[in-house]
Ligand binder design. Structure first.
Ligand code: SD4
Length: 326
């Protein structure tokens, strides 16, 4: 990088630091770049976000990159067989197959995504490789799997005995009701702001349980399940993907923040948009989280019950989101 660009980069970061009211701290690097006082921050969806945040925080607290933090963070949920909507242990589609969707974005606006991926435990890391090793953004199905295997991932059976037993129980009822909002959500979306003031985001899921084979939701769709713009902020979604895809919720939130809305207000606008545009909005759940460049956060959902995990100022807590439908 030439001297002028280096200078501009340093100036830009200093400005960001001042906006956030930061003081120089011991992490200032050789260039004298001021780091954000209110960072790092990591926010993620649902209760299992607590454990995922711990993994992300290990990266962030030593000055690591937000991108590495969100990847490591959501891998924790992907690898946990008790998380029934993410990775290993995820509930299968109606044919009994576990199919996974994930996406990731870094502070430079790079994006990677995989969808309808089978038998690979950590789709988020495949999505990162798509971002870093290919000229493309998204790989799906067999092609995504072949790419993963070529890059050292191993093929594994992701259908646990517990998930299989639940599927068999469901098969016996034969009722296809993917909107069941009280029991169909666990997708992890995670957003992080690192000590350099850079943002990244990740989202990963096994999707709605008992979905049609081949169905892909919002989670791997850049702008729907997650969006990150390092100039402004980042957002992620959980819930019925069809509603999020039709309104491009995460992108909408980032654009609202760009116009000066707080992360909280921006999440509320995205939920209100769903209520306005999606007929059956009272029967479904959608929740959003958002994080801006200053480290401020927001969360809002259609229905009661959405929770998110926030790790900030060395405190990791599970918080209840406000919601629209009373
Ligand atoms: C999907 N949005 O596939 C995902 C499901 C989800 O929490 O978020 N569950 O539509």
């Amino acid at each position: 990088m030439n001297k002028r660009r280096e200078f501009l980069k340093a100036t830009a970061l200093t400005t960001v630091g001042l906006v956030a009211g930061c003081k120089k701290d011991k992490h200032d690097d050789a260039l004298g770049i001021q780091r954000l006082k209110d960072s790092p921050v990591v926010i993620s969806t649902w209760k299992h976000g607590i454990a995922a945040n711990v993994s992300a925080w290990k990266v962030l607290e030593i000055g690591g990159r937000a991108l590495d933090a969100v990847e490591q963070g959501v891998r924790t949920s992907e690898s946990d067989p008790e998380c029934t909507s993410v990775g290993y242990g995820g509930l299968p589609d109606r044919d009994g197959k576990v199919t996974l969707d994930a996406c990731i974005m870094d502070e430079k606006g790079n994006a990677g995504s995989v969808a309808f991926l089978e038998n690979i435990k950590n789709p988020i890391s495949v999505a990162r490789l798509v971002m870093e090793k290919t000229p493309h953004v998204m790989l799906v199905g067999e092609g995504a799997k072949r790419f993963a295997l070529e890059n050292g991932f191993i093929e594994e059976n992701l259908l646990t005995e517990k998930a299989k037993a639940e599927w068999e129980k469901w098969i016996a009822t034969g009722v296809y009701k993917p909107w069941d909002y009280k029991s169909n959500h666990d997708t992890i979306g995670m957003l992080a702001l690192d000590k350099d003031g850079n943002l990244s985001g990740a989202c990963t899921t096994s999707g709605l349980k008992w979905k049609m084979h081949g169905r892909v939701g919002d989670s791997p769709i850049i702008g729907a399940g997650m969006f990150c713009d390092n100039e402004v902020g980042a957002a992620a979604a959980t819930g019925v993907g069809e509603a999020v895809m039709k309104t491009l919720g995460s992108f909408l939130i980032v654009e609202m923040m760009r116009l000066g809305k707080s992360p909280q207000k921006a999440c509320e606008i995205a939920v209100e948009r769903i209520a306005k545009k999606i007929k059956n909005y009272k029967e479904i759940q959608v929740g959003f989280i958002a994080l801006n460049k200053k480290g401020e956060i927001g969360a809002f959902a259609l229905q009661e019950g959405f929770e998110y995990a926030l790790y900030k100022n060395n405190r990791n807590e599970l918080l209840k989101s406000k919601f629209l439908t009373k």
